[in-house]
Structure formats: C-alpha cells, structure tokens
Design a protein around this ligand. Structure first.
Ligand code: TRP
Length: 454
C-alpha cells in the first residue's frame, strides 16, 4: 500500500520525547533498581551503562535508520529493504511480539491506575499492602477492569495519530514525569533512611559481579530501550529525511539511562538498603507500606503512582502503534479501525494474563523453567519480553550486516549528520562484532538455563 502522505512528527523534540516515552517505563522505575539491588549496586550500574553504549546504541541506530529509510512499520520495512522475502517473516514476528508484550504489560500498567486512585481517595494502611496486593491481583473482575481502562487510555491516544495523539501526549507527559521524579527524589533524600540507601545503591560491590550480572544487564538494556521488536523502527518511520538520527538516537538512549539511574535515587533512599522483594512486590507492596508510614506519605504515594502511570502509558502507546501501523501500512485500513481492532485483540489476549495472578488457579503456574514457576503472564514475558526481543535484536543486526548492507545503513544513518569517520568505524565495529557476540551469549544463556530476566 502506497501512502503518499505519510504522517510525520511535527518537531524533532516531539520525536525525541515520544521515543524516550516509549523507552522510559515500568522497566526503568522498578526493574532497574531491583536488578541493581540484587547485582552489586554501583558495579551493576557501571556495567549497565557500558552495555547500553556498546550494544543498545548501535541497535537503536539500526532500528531508527531502517524505519526512516523504509517509511514503514517492521513488516513493510523488511518488505522494502530486504533482498529476500523471508525477512518479512521477522516483521510479522515483531508485530506479534508487540501485541503480546502489550497484553501483559497492560495488566501491570492497570495496577498503577488502581494504586494512584487508592492513594488519592483513601491512602494506604500500615502493614496492609501485602494482603491488599494479593486480594487485588486475584480478583479477576478488578484485574480485567483496570487492564481495560489502561488499554482504553492507550487506544484513545493512538487513535489520534502521530502528531495529534502520540506526540502531543508525550510532549506534555514526559516533562511532567521528569518534574515528578525530581520532586520525589528531593523528598526521598530528606528521609533518615537516605544515607544507608544511597550507600547500598552507589558503592560498588565487586563480589556480586558474575557472568549472570552481565546477562541481566544486557536483557535489561534491551527491554528498557524498547529494542528488538521494531518499536523504535516504527517511530523512526515517521521521521522525515532531514532529521539527525545520530543525535536523536543518542539523546533517547541517554534519557532512558538517566531516568533509570534517577529511579534508583528515589527507591533506595526510601528503602534504606537492599530490596527484600523484587518485581511487582517491590513497588506495590514494599514501597506502598512505606508510604503508609512516611510523613506526607499519602500525597507522595499519589505522586509516585502518577509517575508510574505516565511512564507506563507512553510505553503502551508505542507498543500499540507498532500493531496498528501494521494494519494501516500493509492492509490499508484507516487508523481508527486499525487501533480499535488491535485494541480488541490485545484485550482478548491479555485476559489469561489478567486472570493468572490468583483469579484462575490453573493459569497461575503453567511451566517450570530454570527453577521458576511461571504462570501465563510470566511465560508470556519470558517468551516475548525476553527471548523474542533478544533474538529479534540479533536478527536485526544480521539483517543489517548481511542483507541490507553496511553502505545502505550508513548512508541512511549519517544523512543529516556530520559525524567524523573514526567514530563511524567504531560504531560499525560495535554493531558487526561486539553486539552480536554479546547477544549470542545472552540468548544461549536464556535458552539453556530458562532463566527469565523479568
Ligand atoms: N521500554 C519500556 C519499559 O522500560 C517497555 C516497552 C515499551 C518495550 N515498548 C517496548 C519493551 C518495545 C520492548 C519493546 O518499560
């Protein structure tokens, strides 16, 4: 389908904020601090930054260049740039991956709405967070309702397109997110637990650094930067040729990393040390319990869950855009119809995830992989949020080096840029040698140990 008038971002700042909005999400606010806590504090942070620059940034450039060159979402981009039609299959896998990630990410995102609401209306009760979390997540009707509400918000924004929907919301929400985060950090640093928390977070503990740390850092970098399934590719496809990809990509990567590090500056001072729980338990139980006891905790809790809601929302809209753009670009459907159909699909797919946290016992524990009991949501995250993204990133690099070819990639990436030759060479070396080696290691690790990185 040829769309002569493809919609483009209004400004490069708008694009950067939307792409940063996609990257910055639940992954930054709770997953990064938790992993840092479990993997040696400051030394994990350093390793993470190195991996983001060595593997994340080159792949970010691949996705943005492919998108801008093709002016299509992943399926169309492979169709247009690839010499062989088999690559198109990878495009379909990307769209599917986006739909599945959205279906379970949306469930957790729904919780942020509920918690924001509780903080506003009644506040949290001391010591009651654990039992509340359990009864909430095992209440099927509540799970589906909040999932539906969050999906409704997402659909409502993507419905209005690139400029009027995604870009407009991102340019409002991202600065709000930043200001909220700063306010919360300032508050956290005044708590008596702050010094212990900061010591734990920032002082490197080399004993905790193992091969596994490296694997975790790599997996986290991928998920956090929204790489490996064509989300950045799709956002790149709404760029016009005069945009500076080198600069924009770098800014997005820096913002995402900065926000993750800042989230640690908020969470650890509140905790005052190592997190005893990880994943949802950390944010929805431990922090909530603390908000119940802290001075002005209810107000701060409301701001915190508002921050999480915003972070999650700008991420779910990017996942939805990948799915919708497939129907728009490849099937020629209208945006409105595409978004509604994909919204309904995601809703149906997400129901088993929503019911897998206690509502329907059988969905709560389906398989055991590498010692972890995985329910429907956990399994979807393992297969799509971990394995598919890593494999996708690996294949994207193979595609660029062997099929699309260095010359085409570099011509696209450096048009509109004045980067010198030496850094260009370094970047290609990272892309063609360092990144694939790292990715092959992490893929092997995940498949052989079944260790989920979530
Ligand atoms: N990066 C987001 C986060 O950190 C999640 C996300 C949005 C994502 N779009 C994605 C992850 C595409 C992988 C692929 O929470």
């Amino acid at each position: 389908m040829e769309h002569p008038e493809r919609e483009h971002w209004k400004s490069s700042l708008g694009f950067v904020l939307a792409a940063a909005g996609s990257a910055i999400g639940l992954g930054n606010i709770w997953r990064f601090p938790t992993l840092t806590g479990q993997n040696g504090g400051g030394s994990f942070v350093l390793m993470y930054i190195a991996i983001v620059l060595l593997v994340g940034l080159p792949l970010m450039y691949v996705e943005l260049s492919m998108g801008r060159a093709a002016q299509r979402g992943p399926v169309g981009a492979f169709g247009k740039l690839a010499p062989h039609p088999v690559w198109k299959l990878l495009g379909y896998l990307f769209v599917l991956t986006g739909i599945v990630i959205l279906s379970y990410y949306g469930v957790v995102a729904g919780w942020t709405l509920k918690y924001f609401w509780i903080a506003l209306t009644e506040g949290f009760s001391r010591g009651g967070s654990g039992p509340f979390f359990e009864s909430f997540t095992s209440n099927g009707t509540a799970q589906i309702s909040f999932f539906l509400a969050f999906l409704g918000l997402t659909v409502g924004i993507v419905f209005f397109g690139i400029k009027g929907g995604i870009e407009r919301m991102s340019t409002v929400l991202m600065p709000v997110l930043f200001v909220l985060l700063i306010l919360l950090i300032v508050y956290a640093l005044t708590l008596p637990t702050a010094a212990d928390g900061l010591r734990f977070y920032l002082v490197p503990d080399v004993d905790h650094v193992t091969g596994k740390t490296f694997v975790f850092a790599l997996g986290q970098a991928f998920f956090s930067l929204s790489l490996g399934m064509g989300a950045m590719l799709t956002y790149g496809s709404y760029l016009s040729p005069d945009s500076n990809l080198v600069k924009s990509g770098l800014i997005v990567v820096i913002c995402d990393t900065l926000i993750a590090i800042m989230a640690g500056l908020l969470i650890f001072p509140v905790l005052g040390g190592a997190p005893e729980k990880s994943g949802p338990g950390l944010v929805f139980v431990v922090l909530t319990d603390l908000f119940a006891t802290l001075p002005a905790g209810r107000f701060v809790g409301a701001l915190f869950f508002l921050l999480l809601t915003i972070a999650a929302l700008t991420s779910t809209i990017s996942l939805m855009e990948v799915a919708a753009s497939y129907l728009i670009d490849e099937r020629g459907w209208s945006r409105r119809k595409s978004v509604l159909v994909m919204g309904a699909t995601v809703l149906v797919l997400g129901i088993p995830s929503a019911l897998s946290l206690g509502a329907v016992g059988g969905l709560g524990s389906l398989v055991k992989i590498g010692g972890n009991e995985l329910g429907f949501l956990g399994l979807a995250d393992f297969l799509f949020g971990n394995v598919a993204l890593t494999a996708g990133g690996f294949l994207l690099i193979l595609f660029t080096v062997f099929a699309w070819k260095r010359k085409n990639f570099e011509t696209e990436l450096y048009s509109g840029s004045t980067l010198a030759q030496a850094p260009r060479k370094v970047l290609f070396f990272l892309l063609a040698v360092v990144a694939p080696l790292c990715l092959a290691c992490i893929l092997g690790y995940m498949l052989f140990t079944g260790q989920t990185l979530g």
